[in-house]
Write a protein that binds this ligand. Structure first.
Ligand code: CUA
Length: 322
């Protein structure tokens, strides 16, 4: 009986070992998670082999003969056996709890030195913000061998952040911030997958994750910063042409109107605060030779904060430099 159990267990163990069931483990947390996984799986296989072995043996050994119409012999429980099959699983479950708890504390520990990346999930896309660089991208990039704390939130419904090769997974929930720590240990391109059913586009809610060298990461961050600046500047120029160009001259935008001050002259040497104030509260300071109440005072409401920012930035970069 024991031999059958051992044979079945051996066959199962071979299947478990020979087939690469899990994706490659490419973060420092992944190996610890896999160790727990295999610890639990091997215990399960041993118990399954034992139960299956006893069952198969019993069916074969105690099978009633075709002409045997008798009742089975009356038997009572076996106290020793019952104690064993209660105590052994209790000990195993306790061991699994303690080991899992220890690993959980280890993989969730936030190292003193770490980078923060803010992750925002929404139907059906991910966006990644690098707060210290003020960069937001639809692509995730991180330097190899450095711990990253992802701060997750969602705009609409619950999503879940997961890169299989890193193993770590966490829900992104509207209204609260959740954290997950990852230290990637392999260069390459990975996929961020949403693992919480979040609507029709759930299956397509993926993003690219790049693990780069330190130098490669800095280059990537710089490129993103420049792309964002270029997009902001283009938006600022469009806004200027639409909202300001009919009254103000600005060489960069090619406007020549003289209703309000010439901004190439008027803004030379002025800072962002002055420009912002002049847009939202034009009467605060009237340029010599111009009248108050000519420029509308409601641009603060007409423009979104983000539009206002790009307009101020655009004027700061171009006025007086044409
Ligand atoms: Cu987002 Cu599923």
């Amino acid at each position: 009986m024991v031999l059958v159990g051992v044979a079945v267990g051996g066959a199962l163990a071979l299947v478990a070992v020979l087939i690469p069931w899990l994706p490659s483990a490419d973060s420092s947390q992944a190996h610890k998670v896999d160790d727990v996984y295999w610890f639990v799986t091997i215990i399960c296989m041993a118990i399954f082999a034992l139960v299956a072995g006893v069952s198969v043996y019993s069916v074969w050994k105690f099978r009633a003969a075709p002409d045997d119409e008798e009742d089975g012999s009356p038997i009572h429980g076996h106290t020793g056996l019952e104690v064993v099959w209660t105590a052994v699983p209790a000990a195993l479950v306790t061991a699994i709890s303690i080991y899992s708890g220890v690993v959980l504390v280890q993989v969730e520990r936030i190292p003193a030195e770490h980078r923060v990346i803010e992750v925002t999930a929404q139907q059906f896309a991910w966006s990644f913000t690098y707060p210290e660089a003020k960069v937001t991208s639809g692509q995730l990039a991180l330097p190899i061998n450095q711990p990253v704390e992802f701060k997750l939130t969602a705009k609409d419904v619950i999503h879940s952040f997961w890169v299989p090769e890193w193993r770590m997974k966490k829900d992104a929930v509207p209204g609260i911030e959740t954290q997950v720590i990852v230290t990637p240990t392999k260069l390459g391109t990975f996929t961020v997958i949403c693992t919480e059913l979040c609507g029709l586009g759930h299956a397509a809610m993926r993003a690219q994750a790049l693990v780069l060298t330190q130098a490669g990461f800095e280059r990537w961050l710089n490129n993103e910063k420049q792309a964002a600046a270029a997009a902001g500047s283009a938006q600022g120029k469009t806004l200027f042409t639409q909202k300001c160009g009919t009254c103000h001259a600005l060489a960069d935008a090619g406007t020549t109107a003289e209703v309000g001050p010439d901004l190439d002259k008027g803004l030379a040497g002025k800072n962002a605060d002055f420009i912002r104030k002049s847009i939202v509260d034009p009467n605060a300071e009237i340029a010599p030779g111009f009248q108050p109440n000519v420029m509308p005072g409601n641009f603060g409401e007409l423009l979104s904060q983000q539009q206002l920012d790009s307009l101020v930035e655009y004027l700061l970069d171009t006025a007086g430099k044409g």
